[in-house]
Design a protein around this ligand. Structure first.
Ligand SMILES: Nc1ncnc2c1ncn2[C@@H]1O[C@H](COP(=O)(O)OP(=O)(O)OP(=O)(O)O)[C@@H](O)[C@H]1O
Ligand SMILES: [Mg+2]
Length: 241
């Protein structure tokens, strides 16, 4: 590995679990990779992920750089160069949480990341804008002729009785996306917002096991480069015909 890595968490739809997943991913990776420099960069003005994680993180590992074109935000160029600098550090792994709404130019930051994690519930209210977002990002990748960032869809807040993801996968047909293992709706997660202690507070729950599975999935497929190799092979194959 010659440069650091970064994971962008985004969706135009609000309230789908971007900040929650960012916070748990930060905790998962710092436990899984104690020798790496795991950091969280919150670019949302609301600073939800920053506030969740700050009490349990080492100073400087969690930063809040709101991107906005208003006076209270940093310019995109600044945040872009901050992330690029972080990526020059070989062992770094940065989780980037973003706000809801059309990403404006924030997608440029996504383009330098290894993957975009896109959480969504299975309700139409969430699915419709999510699919629109994915199409847009997929198109941008195609225009830039790049196989990264990988688009990873994370079904979130799935009621335990409803594990049928076929509606979701049908709607994703034809898009270059990967469906990650789903996360259950756990009321404990909602209550954690005020006093976040990380994954250990969810130990013993279904959500905990699912989250570990999600973290392992990202590690094994995205961070290892396995997914890139698969897509690269496919690209070569399609060029041959
Ligand atoms: N798996 C889950 N189980 C139960 N509650 C969840 C789960 N995931 C997220 N939530 C809850 O859903 C709400 C919205 O989550 P969160 O703030 O992470 O979404 P967001 O996408 O970051 O929202 P925004 O677009 O406003 O930034 C929070 O109250 C959070 O605790
Ligand atoms: Mg958020």
């Amino acid at each position: 590995m010659d440069q650091g890595q970064s994971i962008f968490v985004g969706n135009i739809k609000g309230g789908v679990g971007k900040s929650t997943i960012s916070a748990f991913l930060f905790d998962y990776f710092r436990i899984r990779f104690p020798k790496r420099s795991v950091q969280l960069l919150d670019t949302d003005r609301q600073g939800t992920a920053f506030e969740l994680v700050e009490p349990l993180a080492k100073e400087g590992d969690v930063r809040h750089f709101p991107v906005s074109d208003r006076f209270d935000g940093l310019s995109l160029v600044t945040v872009d160069s901050i992330l690029r600098r972080m990526r020059t550090e070989e062992t770094s792994l940065t989780i980037v949480d973003t706000g809801a709404g059309w990403p404006g130019n924030v997608w440029q930051i996504a383009m330098i990341c290894e993957c975009i994690i896109v959480p969504t519930s299975l309700s139409w209210a969430d699915l419709r804008p999510t699919i629109e977002f994915i199409r847009e990002m997929d198109e941008r990748k195609e225009n830039n002729v790049t196989i990264t960032p990988h688009l990873i869809i994370v079904p979130n807040r799935i009621p335990p009785g409803q594990r049928d993801l076929s509606k979701l996968s049908e709607n994703l047909e034809g898009l270059n996306v990967v469906l990650a293992p789903p996360l259950s709706d756990l009321s404990l997660v909602r209550q954690m917002s005020s006093n976040f202690q990380g994954l250990k507070d969810a130990e013993g729950t279904r959500f905990y096991n699912e989250f570990i599975r999600l973290g392992d999935f990202i590690t094994d497929y995205v961070l290892s480069g396995k997914l890139s190799a698969i897509f690269q092979d496919e690209l070569e194959e399609s060029k041959r015909f």
